[in-house]
Design a protein around this ligand. Structure first.
Ligand code: HEC
Length: 162
């Protein structure tokens, strides 16, 4: 009898916990423009890998010209922010998390070391190796047509040399 009661409590608990979990997605968080916005919808519209990759291309490119102009702090900052962006993709697209992490611990780490050493020659070598790694990842993930290339000119909206 006691066991049956316990089983009942347990089943009810599992059932209600699941219900709560389901309901969280449907919970409405009204905004000024959308009174029916749900948490589930909010979760769905978090940036995916494509959005983060645009940031990758951008920051990676600025890092190059910053280093070239001897603005090592700006180069370091860009690579740091690139990794921060990567962490978003690791959370929203977990199937890429392992590859992204090994890219960070390998190519990016070596690039960061060259920035820390303020060694332009070494940086250029590591930059080129990282570019190869970027494009290799595109290829193995079925995007051989996405081939990063360094733009010929430094960005104009940021001062490269201080
Ligand atoms: C873990 C694998 C991986 C690594 C490492 C990687 N990429 Fe990507 N990248 C992708 C995938 C996959 C896509 C296609 C995005 C999608 O499917 O949504 C992509 C797309 C892109 C795009 C196109 C974005 C757009 O929509 O316009 C650019 C630019 C890009 N990557 C740059 C880079 C650069 C620069 C690096 C290196 C600093 C890099 N990527 C490293 C996997 C990777």
């Amino acid at each position: 009898m006691k066991n049956k009661f316990l089983l009942f409590i347990l089943t009810t608990l599992v059932y209600t916990t699941n219900m709560v979990a389901d309901n969280i997605n449907d919970t409405i968080v009204p905004t000024k423009h959308n009174k029916e916005l749900t948490i589930g919808r909010l979760a769905e519209i978090q940036p995916g890998l494509g959005t983060i990759m645009r940031e990758f291309g951008h920051r990676f490119y600025i890092a190059y010209y910053a280093a070239k102009a001897d603005n090592w702090e700006l180069a370091e900052y860009q690579i740091h922010e690139l990794i921060e962006a990567q962490e978003i993709a690791e959370a929203t697209r977990p199937k890429y998390a392992k590859q992204l992490k090994s890219f960070e611990d390998g190519s990016i780490k070596r690039l960061q070391n060259s920035i820390e050493a303020k060694d332009w020659k070494l940086f250029q070598q590591k930059y080129s190796e990282t570019t190869t790694a970027c494009n290799a990842c595109h290829k193995i993930n079925g995007h051989p047509y996405i081939n990063y290339q360094l733009p010929k000119e430094a960005p104009r909206y940021l001062r490269m040399s201080l």
